[in-house]
Ligand binder design. Structure first.
Ligand SMILES: CC(C)(COP(=O)(O)OP(=O)(O)OC[C@H]1O[C@@H](n2cnc3c(N)ncnc32)[C@H](O)[C@@H]1OP(=O)(O)O)[C@@H](O)C(=O)NCCC(=O)NCCS
Length: 190
């Protein structure tokens, strides 16, 4: 049996979803999310094809959280606690009070405002509880849903990094977005 992690991300309640730490029984859904080629089209790796590919990332998301390293939450439905997606603050740089944000939802839950709800909770935590001052999002410019979500949250498009990544033989640009703590109060979705 694995011992419980030393630090657990807090449970944050939204209207329709909650952010909570991963549980051991989330592993199949965690894999299924990242095995969907539609959801992974603009992801940092191609869709997984075998459950073994999920183990290291799941282990890290479940057990290797710390306020000065990364905070990985499951996005779960409020009614039945089923895993719907992921949101994470990662590459946390405590000295610079800086972090990246990443998010994804199962395709069946897209277009209902759930990612807006989940990322708003994570950003509240980033600025108020962790005291961060800047959050960055690295988004493929072709990923219209993610670009729109970032803009909806008040992120500013700060530049385009050409051919930054090579994923499954395809070079991909980055649209770099940034959100400052001082802008969050006015930008925060109602
Ligand atoms: C990006 C993602 C999280 C958005 O989830 P979602 O729950 O559908 O987003 P929301 O419903 O909260 O919508 C947020 C905004 O984006 C808009 N939007 C969502 N999908 C869109 C799309 N495909 N094209 C254009 N706009 C879109 C919504 O209309 C909304 O804007 P509005 O408030 O002005 O109406 C989801 O599409 C996803 O998981 N994609 C795959 C993983 C991924 O790409 N993650 C990001 C990697 S950088």
């Amino acid at each position: 049996m694995t011992s419980p992690p030393a630090y657990q991300p807090p449970v944050l309640e939204g209207a329709r979803i909650r952010l909570r730490p991963y549980r051991d029984d989330d592993l199949p859904a965690f894999f299924a999310l990242r095995a969907d080629p539609v959801a992974m089209r603009y992801g940092s790796h191609p869709a997984w094809t075998h459950p073994d590919q999920a183990r290291d990332r799941f282990e890290s998301s479940r057990h290797h959280n710390a306020p000065d390293r990364q905070v990985c939450w499951a996005i779960a439905a409020r009614d039945d606690d089923r895993l719907l997606g992921s949101v994470a603050l990662f590459h946390i740089n405590a000295a610079q009070r800086l972090a990246d944000i990443g998010y994804m939802l199962e395709t069946a839950s897209w277009g209902r405002g759930l990612a807006t709800e989940a990322t708003t909770l994570a950003l509240d935590h980033a600025f108020a509880a962790l005291g961060l001052r800047r959050i960055e999002a690295d988004i493929d410019p072709r990923n219209a849903g993610s670009c729109r979500l970032a803009e909806r949250l008040g992120f500013v498009h700060e530049g385009r990094l050409r051919e930054r990544w090579e994923i499954a033989g395809e070079t991909c640009d980055t649209s770099l977005y940034g959100l400052l703590a001082r802008d969050w109060k006015s930008a925060r979705p109602g």
